[in-house]
Design a protein. Structure first.
Length: 416
């Protein structure tokens, strides 16, 4: 896939590891340094996602009509500046809850901008037949960071406090920006910018494309709903295990760290399985399997049996999801023309983050009214219904005609 992809992959790896090192650091800072209560911590998590996602809506068209690598570098630098402001304010004794809230919103907005640009950049950077392998490598990297990041971050928090992990996360974005300077220095011009100002119709282009293509629409609705329901139960499961059932924190961390090894396995299986059985069939089977393991989480008990139940359920969920994710990402890029990739990815990510925020808040209310186990079980049962969105004919994706924005149509500097 070339040296350009290597630099892009390195940038992704370092920023992803930095993010997982600082996992939950904002919540810990709010609790330990600012004496925030449960309501403020919940607000920090939900508002950052929701407001950041809404702020990013006009950025899809903005990204579309610009070169993608400078946008990615800019997003990394914005995240660096926002994150580094937290340890600086902490050292100067001027850190406030409002600053954490603003930084969280800025980080989400920059993250959506980066994802929109990086997807369009990747589609240009690597040949179409290599997209699945590229997405599988990103998926593998994500799970390696997920396995290593929280334990290392937890050790750093114990020794030095959560502010240091936020500083490390900030530095990771700066390093990522430096790595990106080596990726694809011959990026073609972006699509022609419309003469008129960006209108509401331009803002809705991403959603219109997602909803107009039946296979992509089914994939979109399924993925957003599944992600929302799984993430909505994450804080409830933490309260159930750490509070009601009395698991020590190290066992709680172990219960979710070890199953992440399934992510490494699944991400490496995605391409061989797709080559042997066909991408559409594997995508659907993995999409069904990934929603089958959440109901048992409502029934866990204290002690080794309960811990084993969580680990087995999470391992099977993550294994299935890590096969599904690179196939889904490849299908999404294949079914999206080059001149609207950024808008489609921005629309998808905005919907995903706002759905997670809304369902997290809703499931918190359900748990307060009916109990934690009922809320987790309800999410598990709803997840079992989500494969209905994957049912339907899958039209083939025609190979796009060569155009000036496709690397396949250019003579590569490597002589391909």
């Amino acid at each position: 896939m070339g040296r350009g992809f290597g630099w892009l992959w390195a940038a992704y790896a370092v920023s992803t590891l930095g993010t997982w090192l600082a996992f939950d650091a904002f919540s810990l800072i709010a609790i330990l340094a600012l004496d925030a209560g449960p309501a403020q911590v919940s607000l920090l998590a939900a508002a950052g996602l929701a407001v950041g996602a809404l702020t990013a809506i006009p950025l899809g068209p903005w990204v579309e009509f610009r070169r993608k690598r400078p946008v990615m570098v800019g997003a990394d630098l914005v995240r660096f500046a926002a994150m580094v402001s937290v340890p600086v304010a902490y050292v100067l004794h001027v850190l406030t809850f409002g600053q954490l809230l603003v930084v969280s919103m800025v980080a989400v907005t920059a993250d959506i901008t980066f994802r929109a640009a990086s997807g369009a950049f990747l589609k240009w950077l690597v040949p179409r037949e290599a997209l699945l392998e590229a997405n599988a490598r990103f998926e593998t990297t994500t799970w390696i960071a997920t396995v290593l990041g929280p334990p290392l971050g937890g050790a750093a928090i114990k020794l030095f406090g959560p502010v240091l992990t936020v500083a490390a996360n900030a530095v990771s974005f700066l390093v990522s920006a430096l790595f990106l300077r080596g990726a694809g220095d011959r990026e073609p011009p972006p699509p022609a910018r419309p003469a008129r100002r960006i209108s509401r119709a331009d803002l809705a282009t991403g959603w219109r494309h997602l909803l107009a293509d039946p296979p992509l629409r089914r994939l979109y609705l399924n993925t957003v709903l599944v992600n929302g329901l799984i993430m909505a139960t994450a804080p409830l499961l933490a309260v159930l295990m750490l509070g009601t059932l009395g698991f020590p924190p190290w066992q709680y961390g172990l219960a979710f760290a070890v199953p992440c090894l399934g992510g490494l396995l699944g991400s490496r299986l995605a391409r061989p399985l797709a080559l042997r059985y066909g991408r559409t069939r594997v995508l659907r089977v993995a999409g069904v399997l990934r929603v089958c393991w959440s109901v048992p989480l409502a029934l866990i008990t204290p002690g080794p049996a309960g811990l084993a139940t969580v680990m087995i359920a999470e391992f099977l969920l993550i294994l299935s999801a890590s096969v599904f994710s690179p196939l889904m990402a490849t299908e999404r890029l294949d079914r999206t023309p080059q001149d609207r990739v950024a808008r489609v990815l921005a629309a998808w990510t905005v919907t995903d983050k706002t759905t997670v925020a809304a369902l997290t808040a809703l499931w918190g209310l359900l748990a307060a009214a009916a109990g934690i186990r009922v809320a987790i079980g309800a999410a598990g049962l709803l997840l079992l219904a989500t494969p209905i969105f994957l049912i339907g004919p899958n039209t083939s994706v025609p190979r796009p005609a060569a155009d000036k924005n496709s690397r396949d149509s250019q003579f590569d500097s490597r002589g391909r």
